[in-house]
Design a protein around this ligand. Structure first.
Ligand code: ADP
Ligand code: MG
Length: 590
């Protein structure tokens, strides 16, 4: 419990719930708050799914329906306790969302929202057509929830239950997002390629998030069924699916509290407008739908991060208060001894349609060496880099890493074997701090998952992670910037951050793709210093670089490419003297 309620703010929030229930509020308002709590629970799932992970779903209402119908059918027909029905509902929803997730989450762009619309429609018609579920009339006569002989009813007691569940979910999701698994989840929207290169199975996290969101919706549905004491399909159709998304976006789809603000505002406005507008217009009708439509467009245009972003501006930025200086070091992997063969690239080829982008490239890297891969633009350096790191598949040839064949393996598997990389175009989670971004590098050296993140039983490991991240940042002189948001950094520091992140993986081989691109002169010098220092520390390095001065200054061995082929290789001095290389770079005849 103390682990879970990490701060006095949570205690106060939980204490507020019975306090509000004890206030002499009119019953009408308690009922309103009950609805808001129920909606917010579903919206919280959407924050996780759509706002944080970038997976848009119109199908959440269907999962609410699963929770509601399961408990309705089971309590009415089998006479079981609603509390047992809750777990059966969660099991059913878990299986259904897992299947739907596995089928649809590999789809990209607009296919996923479309698929969730289909899912929402299908379940709606299923509910509406099954005899056992009462067709479109639904099921009537449910009992309200009770604990022992105590009836929770529809009023204050129900309010306390709903809001305690909601706040528990809020705390759980907040904790989750601030954990090893949560940082992986936060990378899903904009940085899956980077996450995979850190050894993160992004598809598994997408499915996990999908199931979590469905479970929250299912719990809301279970509560709602016993609150309304009847279920019928109209509450779980596509229209409600859209409304849940609407509430979440209005409140702020990227923030946990957005779910509460959005559902609160929409529910209250909905009621007010439903009585006010027909009076104003002089005729009856669902005018509130039109008002909401216009409001939605305005909010999307002028306040894309929702109403919560207005509030968030006035909140103090929370800094990590934990102290991890005393945390144990993360275990290190066994490294090859100096001079041992680390990487053996043998006659690799890559064909893009008619173009042989890489044609018979071969070279070796020994432990402790810095090897530079150079060549004019379009020579095939990045393609070679991507072939080695598993981002692209080989057309022919073989790559061996520490004696093991890694050709054909995914970038994730290769990363787990101890190869860490940076990107030619910086890839990061912009709204995470530098420290958090760098900690992602050590993902595959740590283990705590979603549940540990939610329950906050991961503190030991988190401290170890941050200690390592801080150590790597300080190693390359980035310590002072560790609490900055990564997206606020200039290009130079961003590239350095990527190097720190790669170092966090405790790599046996580090690969840098054009680390000097876009850097100013001073930054290039700082980079060269860092690379020389890493060399002194015995790091093995493949440096793909366009900048000749940098490469000449730090590399032990150079591989020169031109038009996809190997022009020559040798020591920097040999390469500098080579007329063919000069010709390739200066464009003169050779
Ligand atoms: P470098 O990094 O040395 O500048 P690249 O490896 O990026 O060169 O590109 C080598 C060649 O392969 C270029 O002609 C480029 O246009 C082509 N190429 C790279 N990636 C692809 C791709 N995904 N599809 C088709 N052609 C590509
Ligand atoms: Mg390139």
């Amino acid at each position: 419990m103390l682990n879970f309620l990490t701060s006095w703010k949570w205690f106060i929030l939980f204490a507020l719930v019975p306090l509000v229930a004890a206030l002499p509020l009119p019953d009408f308002w308690i009922v309103q708050l009950n609805y808001i709590g129920l909606y917010a629970l579903t919206c919280l799932g959407l924050v996780l799914l759509t706002g944080v992970s970038g997976l848009t779903s119109f199908g959440q209402a269907a999962f609410v329906g699963m929770g509601a119908y399961t408990t309705a059918w089971i309590t009415l027909n089998l006479g079981l306790s609603p509390w047992i029905a809750l777990f059966i509902g969660l099991a059913l929803t878990g299986v259904a969302s897992l299947l739907v997730g596995l089928l649809t989450l590999r789809m990209s762009g607009h296919f996923l929202p479309l698929a969730t619309i289909c899912w929402g429609l299908a379940l709606y018609y299923l509910m509406g057509n099954l005899e056992a579920l009462g067709k479109y009339d639904g099921l009537l006569g449910l009992k309200s929830l009770s604990i022992g002989d105590f009836d929770l009813g529809q009023g204050r007691a129900f309010f306390v239950l709903t809001w305690l569940i909601l706040l528990t979910a809020v705390v759980g999701v907040t904790h989750l997002l601030d954990s090893r698994a949560g940082r992986a989840i936060r990378s899903l929207k904009t940085a899956t390629q980077m996450a995979e290169a850190m050894g993160i199975n992004t598809f598994r996290y997408k499915v996990t998030v999908f199931v979590l969101a469905a479970w929250l919706a299912c719990i809301a549905g279970w509560l709602m069924a016993h609150f309304q004491r009847t279920v019928n399909p109209s509450a779980f159709g596509l229209k409600m699916g859209i409304e849940y998304l609407f509430m979440t976006v209005v409140g702020g789809v990227g923030a946990v509290w957005g779910a509460l603000i959005g559902s609160g505002l929409v529910k209250l406005l909905d009621d007010q407008l439903q009585t006010l507008l027909p009076k104003l217009m002089g005729t009856s009708g669902s005018y509130e739908v039109i008002v909401f439509g216009i409001a939605m467009v305005l909010i999307l245009k002028y306040l894309p991060d929702g109403l919560w972003s207005l509030v968030a501006r006035f909140l103090p930025k929370s800094q990590r208060k934990e102290d991890w200086a005393e945390a144990a070091a993360l275990p290190e992997r066994s490294k090859p001894k100096t001079g041992e063969l680390v990487l053996d690239v043998h006659d690799i080829r890559k064909q893009f349609g008619g173009l042989m982008a890489v044609n018979g490239i071969g070279f070796q890297i020994k432990a402790g060496q810095i090897v530079g891969l150079i060549g004019p633009n379009g020579a095939g350096k990045s393609t070679t880099f991507n072939l080695i790191t598993g981002v692209l598949g080989l057309t022919a040839g073989q790559v061996q890493f520490r004696g093991e064949t890694i050709s054909g393996k995914s970038s994730r598997e290769i990363a787990r074997r101890g190869m860490a990389r940076t990107f030619q175009h910086v890839k990061m989670v912009a709204d995470m701090t530098v420290l958090e971004n760098v900690a992602m590098g050590a993902y595959s050296r740590t283990h705590r998952g979603v549940l540990a993140g939610m329950l906050r039983t991961n503190r030991q490991e988190e401290k170890q992670l941050f200690r390592e991240a801080q150590r790597q940042l300080e190693r390359i002189g980035m310590g002072p910037l560790m609490h900055e948001l990564a997206g606020n950094l200039a290009m130079g520091p961003q590239r350095m951050m990527e190097i720190a992140r790669a170092l966090c993986a405790d790599p046996a081989l580090l690969l840098l793709d054009e680390p000097a691109a876009g850097l100013r002169h001073k930054e290039k010098q700082a980079l060269a210093d860092v690379l020389r220092q890493l060399k002194k520390e015995g790091v093995s390095l493949l440096l793909v670089e366009h900048d000749m001065d940098l490469v000449m200054a730090v590399c032990d061995h150079l591989v020169v490419m031109e038009f996809g082929t190997l022009l020559t290789q040798g020591t920097p001095a040999e390469i500098q003297q080579n007329p063919a290389v000069r010709a390739a770079y200066l464009g003169t005849e050779h």
